[in-house]
Design a protein around this ligand. Sequence first.
Ligand code: ADP
Ligand code: ASP
Ligand code: MG
Length: 474
Amino acid sequence: MQNLLVMKFGGTSMGTPESIRSVAAICKEQSARRPTVAVVSAMSKVTDLMLETMFHAERGDEASFSENLRRLRRRHEETCSALIPEEFQPEIRDRLEALLARFDRIVRGMAMLRERPPRALDEAVSLGEALSATLLAGYLESTGQTAAVVLGSEVIITDPIHGNATPRMELTAFRAKEGILPLLTGKIFPVVTGFCGATEDGHITTLGRGGSDFTATILAAGLDASEVWIWTDVDGIMSADPRVVPDAIVLPEITYSEAAELAYNGAKILHPRTLLPIAERSIPLWSKNTFNPSFPGTRIVNHTQNGDGARAVTSSKNVVLISVDPASASVNPNAVMARCLDAVARVNAEVLAFSSSSYRQSFCLLVRRDELADATRSIETALSLELNHGYIRPLDINDDVGLLAIVGEGMKGTPGLAGRIFTAISREQVNIIAISQGASELTIAIIVRRDGVEKAAKAVHAECGLGAAGLSPL
Ligand code: ADP
Ligand code: ASP
Ligand code: MG
């Protein structure tokens, strides 16, 4: 299908009756022009609430999980009342109620078993998106636009890694075309639930937190879309997180590689794997603001007229540093490194930065906080012999760290760049714990003490002339 557009709306865009009205207006405007598919996130904070509810259930804390179930119901019922005209409400309420009742049942099952099995957890948490999609599709219908909810689990086929699944693209392309194109031909507007997929045998999986961005690009690739628009609560991809660096500016254009590095290094604006399905197909992505829709936003493409130096800075506190320190010279350090990285890969955790010292043969790796437990367990199993016999010291886990990443295609070969960045950080009295730079010179990753991350991000942003004031660019 020609000129197809996939648009994704995040949690804040789906967060209130007013914002859902704005989303619907954008959907109607675009679908009048070209075949358009919407992907939606759960209403803001709903996924957190659902995960917390299941945590209470596992502990058998009935008072807390019951209170959360009430809050979840109230939020969606109140939104339904304020959003949907009265004559359409009974039908939408019934649909919401069926989804809420399903969540209720799974939570009570978890409470009974005192367990949160990953499969049940994914099935339950995916209902957040089904609830928000029901509200948007219901509202569209009430305005005369025929619409249908399409479950991500019907059109995205993944491996069975619950909580962090990976799509199987060929199967997904087939299912997506089969499930969505007939709707478009029939002028029915598809509202796809983000964040979730299913294994080939039908078990629901999720794509990792913030995964609805990934849903949009998976579908764009599967449907041969010509563009993806990701709608959020800021004007586009900025030179830094505006919550951390207030004078950050919107970048009109960046490359897939730059955006992927930013996302990978913790810029919340995009899920880390968002660019993978579309970069190789050169499908352009726009990042836009639901609350300022006339602003063009940021365009992500193959090549830009990039200037010299850095393009953006990102910071993350959601990381932990694992250090491995051989205690004996009889240990082959390269083999230990290889086994360690293999152990981390086996549990699907990602190494965000890696640094080694040649003299002591010690090395450290940075992982995401929510992947720490699996990564450590796996490393300890892989190195159990050396650890038990004291050839390697017990793993050192430092969670008092943060990650700063400076990204830009124009940094390649720019002399003096690293020096200026390190000087700017040290002027703020922030101690650098480790540094890592890939051979592509696209990103410099710097690990600092947790309480220094924001100060360091502001200092580097200013030093690189990235803000509104635009000092001398590096
Ligand atoms: P959504 O719910 O729409 O998916 P997110 O909260 O996941 O939105 O992502 C949007 C947020 O990402 C922004 O509000 C902003 O605080 C944060 N952010 C982090 N880094 C950047 C950046 N470089 N540019 C823009 N926003 C950023
Ligand atoms: N609702 C999911 C989350 O909060 C997915 C998303 O918002 O993209 O992680
Ligand atoms: Mg997001």
